[in-house]
Design a protein around this ligand. Structure first.
Ligand SMILES: C[S@@+](CC[C@H](N)C(=O)[O-])C[C@H]1O[C@@H](n2cnc3c(N)ncnc32)[C@H](O)[C@@H]1O
Length: 507
């Protein structure tokens, strides 16, 4: 049996984790079971997000290659995770533990329930909200989108603005010093181009994922002031495009920058496919500016286990007790909850009340249902073998071959694919002017080896999803496209998790 303890830094210091104490009841329960322990591994994480998608302990089957008949794992034949029918066979089983919550949990009872479910899927106490699939297609991303589309309803009900959920309580993009540095660098480029008579009449800047407009307002205020101090007409020539997929958020941002209205255009843009609406700016943008957006775009995860590559498949579910509770509150049984959730995701809370007044007499009731489901929602996981990296479509234009060097770097690893960020990045770079740059503050992992010693999402920030971004993958993609990509500490808070990625045409 393999035991993998990832939060190694917590094993030392003044109050070290007593990991062996936590593991003891788990190992005892497994030892007393009929499982073939030579095919069992225990993976211990420390899930730093208090709101997250993980149970304190769970089983993650490692599925057999579909075209080969798997040796029965425990002599009882292949297992199905659903409803008793025969499903994909397992070759091994990973037990996942969240060490942060182990001390308070009744681990023998939890592992006992998991063993019972494993032996008989009909004994499961989960209410599935979707079929198994890749993480980027999970309904958690529809929840994420709903949050931004109906932000005010969520905020009214919690009394908290979304920015308060960010580390530090506000976006780093509002840091005035960092903004001024960025603008002054832009001025340097423009002064040089101007001196050569090569500066275009209109100076385009694009911001993607605008939130409440605080980032845009800080940037525009500083820009106007520096332009005046610099005695240039850069502000007069500035065209600032704000793009977001939520019309609701865009309107809020537009109001926040009303003082700069002559220089601002608000556009509905899907940040994962910016070329679709912003293609007309190809080669023209001097700055594409993002903060806390890539960590909010859909991502798969892949894993290398014992030399084979797997897709991490997920299935959103509610623990049965939570499904009963949220169902009761709207006058229905737990079995109806998945269909109410899918209607909520399709219609949003306001229209849901019109469609189903018998369950949702007013918007408050629908919002409460949304929040309760989101808070209870968890992801079950399993590892499905990937037939080949070349047949794994990471984005519409990119295959999993991009991942190969990182997966081949040695040893077992599980990492994000950052599909949404890769697609966004690949479509944004061509929008840049030859002297333009992409500048992005976000939760970038700078080194692939970090995945071996930490947990990097997904977690929940209020109603949205947060997932760190696989920096080396973006780096590799940018390099292949001829750009110089750098990931550096955020100057204003060098010790912060947020880092700055910048990309410009390689000289
Ligand atoms: C965490 S907020 C960040 C807002 C702001 N940049 C900041 O730093 O405060 C994420 C923003 O990205 C937007 N967003 C998320 N996914 C998007 C997508 N696929 N296309 C466009 N905008 C998206 C959300 O609507 C929201 O405005």
């Amino acid at each position: 049996m393999l035991i993998d303890v990832r939060p190694v830094r917590r094993l030392r210091g003044a109050d070290p984790l007593r990991v062996t104490v936590m593991l003891e009841p788990v190992v005892d329960a497994l030892a007393a079971s009929a499982l073939d322990l030579s095919r069992v591994s225990v993976t211990c994480d420390w899930i730093q997000y208090r709101a997250n998608f993980r149970a304190v302990a769970d089983f993650r089957p490692i599925l057999a290659v579909p075209w080969r008949s798997a040796a029965d794992f425990d002599g009882a034949g292949p297992r199905s995770p659903r409803g008793g029918e025969r499903g994909p066979a397992e070759t091994a089983l990973e037990i996942a533990l969240d060490l942060r919550r182990c001390a308070e949990a009744d681990l023998p009872a939890i592992v006992g329930r998991l063993l019972a479910e494993h032996a008989d899927p009909a004994a499961s106490d989960r209410v599935a909200l979707e079929p198994w699939g890749t993480a980027s297609r999970s309904c958690i991303w529809q929840f994420n989108s709903l949050y931004w589309q109906a932000l005010s309803l969520w905020e009214q009900s919690t009394g908290r603005a979304y920015e308060q959920a960010l580390p530090g309580g506000e976006s780093d993009a509002r840091n005035v010093e960092a903004v001024r540095d960025l603008i002054l660098e832009l001025f340097k480029t423009w002064d040089d181009l101007d001196a050569r008579g090569a500066l275009p009449a209109e100076l385009y800047v694009i911001e993607l994922g605008v939130g409440n407009g605080g980032q845009a307002r800080t940037w525009l205020d500083q820009f106007a002031a520096l332009s005046a101090a610099h005695s240039t007409d850069y502000y007069r020539r500035l065209q600032y495009l704000m793009g977001d997929y939520s019309p609701h958020v865009l309107e809020r941002a537009r109001q926040a920058v009303a003082g700069h209205a002559d220089h601002v255009t608000a556009l509905v843009v899907d940040a994962t496919h910016p070329a679709f609406s912003l293609g007309f700016l190809r080669g023209k943008a001097f700055l594409v500016y993002l903060s806390n957006v890539y960590d909010n775009l859909p991502s798969d995860e892949v894993a290398r286990i014992g030399g084979r590559t797997y897709q991490v498949e997920v299935r959103a579910y509610l623990p049965a007790a939570d499904a009963r509770r949220v169902g009761e509150a709207v006058g229905t049984g737990p079995e109806q909850v998945p269909s109410l959730v899918s209607k909520l995701l399709r219609l949003g809370p306001a229209l849901l009340c019109e469609a189903l007044p018998q369950h949702f007499p007013d918007t408050d009731r629908a919002v409460a249902f949304w929040q309760e489901v989101w808070s209870a929602l968890q992801l079950q996981e399993r590892y499905a073998p990937l037939e080949g990296l070349d047949v794994y479509q990471v984005t519409a234009d990119m295959t999993g071959e991009l991942l190969r060097p990182l997966l081949d770097a040695g040893g077992d690893i599980r990492m994000h694919v950052s599909n949404g960020a890769l697609s966004s990045f690949a479509q944004t770079l061509p929008l840049l002017h030859p002297y333009g740059r992409l500048h992005c503050h976000d939760l970038f992992l700078a080194d692939i080896r970090n995945y071996r010693s930490g947990f990097f999402g997904p977690g929940k920030y209020d109603g949205s999803v947060v997932n760190w971004i696989n920096g080396p993958l973006l780096h590799r993609l940018g390099s292949r496209m001829g750009y110089d990509v750098r990931i550096t500490p955020f100057v204003a808070r060098p010790s912060a998790n947020v880092k700055t990625l910048s990309a410009q045409v390689r000289e």
